[in-house]
Design a protein around this ligand. Structure first.
Ligand code: FAD
Ligand code: FES
Length: 391
């Protein structure tokens, strides 16, 4: 057998080894490697950043807009949310809020981002704190630009009908401002359901956005005899009236509105690919879901939290998610959507049993097999041991 170039190859290999050794000897002691892609990704998604409150203003008699500024705000897409980390007492809690300002406002000399928080009807925790207590100068950690609820010209039709209820108007306010400023090319008709005209959130800002490409239709469901506009719930007739032949529907509001609107869209035979729902956050009452062991609802279990080599035992109520138990104990858990969808709060269950909320269960099949769960939508049904990531 004749091997062509064999000696040349062997000689070459020894030269490579020598050159490698020379480079190794010349190399500095610390890593000099700068990956430009990683750098860009870091700038776009810097994780939690410091946000300073620079303005607090009323957005309706029951909602308030908080303006945050930061030296370097990451870019986001109109419709996305930010997650705010809030410390109340011993609890370290996060909540998602759709960004109500427009992406173009994060550029320029004074980059800003705004959220609009509605106060509760008496059963709120973070929302009432944000509504009542926050003042100019307060500082928070927040993660800006999360979620999939944004317009995409490749996937979505040029005509968009947005269906909003209550504080669900916020992502559409952001889209409307971006369109009005010529930064987003789509036609947006917002069907905004409120009980009365006093409940309309961000009315002035929405009025200012009305133009050839943005239309806002208020639909009032309460008893408003002097109201000349659309009345009742946002039903199939109203949706049809404001739709074109090719429309994408974006829906954001309370869970009850989702159930109703889903039925109305089904009457109009709208294909699923044309309908986009925002996630609705943590469920108010898990005991109402099929399969939840109601007989255990008042039980408090031991939750053993393993992080690295440390172990801590904390109480965990059966009717509260594992994420809430961790937060009550002041243990930081990385959450974003709080709806079971995104996987940011993924943990491994080492021992014990649990119930997973069937709505919005975004776990991968392999995760189910290997006992990984999303802590924001998982409830302990026995003493339980979990492993947290070290961050
Ligand atoms: C994508 C998205 C966007 C949103 N955008 C907006 C918006 O623009 N505007 C808006 O107003 N809302 C918005 N929300 C809703 C918002 O995230 C909050 O759910 C809402 O403000 C209510 O918060 P809350 O803490 O008062 O009540 P909940 O979120 O319902 O929390 C109450 C729960 O907190 C837990 N809890 C109680 N005490 C403690 C304690 N001491 N420690 C730890 N946990 C405790 C308990 O489990 C209790 O059930 C959005 C939600 C999602 C998912
Ligand atoms: S925070 Fe998104 S799945 Fe838990």
């Amino acid at each position: 057998m004749k091997v062509k170039g064999f000696l040349k190859d062997v000689g070459g290999a020894s030269r490579v080894t020598k050159r490698r050794q020379e480079n190794f000897d010349k190399a500095p002691a610390t890593s000099q490697y700068n990956d430009p892609i990683t750098e860009v990704a870091r700038k776009l998604h810097p994780g939690f950043i410091k946000l300073t409150v620079t303005a607090v203003k009323d957005a309706s008699p029951t909602a308030r807009t908080l303006r945050f500024e930061a030296p370097h705000l990451p870019y986001f897409r109109a419709g996305q949310f930010l997650t705010l980390l809030v410390k109340i007492g011993d609890s370290l809690v996060t909540r998602p809020y759709s960004i109500s300002s427009a992406p173009y406002e994060t550029r320029g000399d004074k980059p800003l981002v705004e959220i609009t928080v509605r106060k509760s009807k008496g059963d709120g925790f973070i929302c009432d704190y944000l509504y009542e207590k926050v003042k100019v100068g307060d500082e928070f950690l927040g993660e800006v630009g999360l979620g999939e609820f944004h317009y995409d010209y490749i996937r979505d039709a040029k005509d968009v009908v947005a269906i909003a209820g209550g504080s669900g108007i916020t992502p559409f306010a952001s889209m409307a401002k971006e369109i009005k400023n010529g930064k987003l090319d789509m036609h947006l008709t917002i069907l905004y359901g409120s009980v009365s005209d006093k409940d309309i959130i961000l009315k002035d800002e929405l009025d200012k956005c009305e133009c050839e490409k943005v239309r806002v239709v208020h639909v009032l469901s309460g008893d408003n005899p002097s109201w000349k506009g659309e009345k009742g719930f946002i039903n199939a007739d109203i949706i049809k009236k404001y739709s074109s032949e090719d429309t994408t529907y974006f829906i954001c509001g309370p869970q009850v509105m989702y159930d109703f609107v889903k039925g109305e869209l089904a009457k109009l035979n709208i294909p699923k690919r044309r309908v986009r729902f925002e996630v609705f956050g943590q469920v108010r009452d898990i005991t109402k879901f099929a399969g939840f062991p109601v007989e255990l609802k008042d039980k408090v279990f031991n939750l053993t939290v393993c992080k690295g080599i440390s172990e801590q035992v904390i109480p965990a109520k059966c009717n509260e998610s594992i994420a809430v138990a961790l937060e009550r104990a002041g243990i930081k858990v990385h959450t974003a959507c709080r709806s079971g969808a995104c996987g940011f709060c993924r943990i491994k269950v080492l021992e014990g049993s649990y119930y997973v909320c069937p709505v919005g269960d975004g776990r991968r099949a392999a995760d189910k097999d290997f006992n990984y769960v999303h802590s924001c939508s998982t409830y302990p049904t026995s003493d339980i041991k979990i492993k947290l990531n070290i961050d």
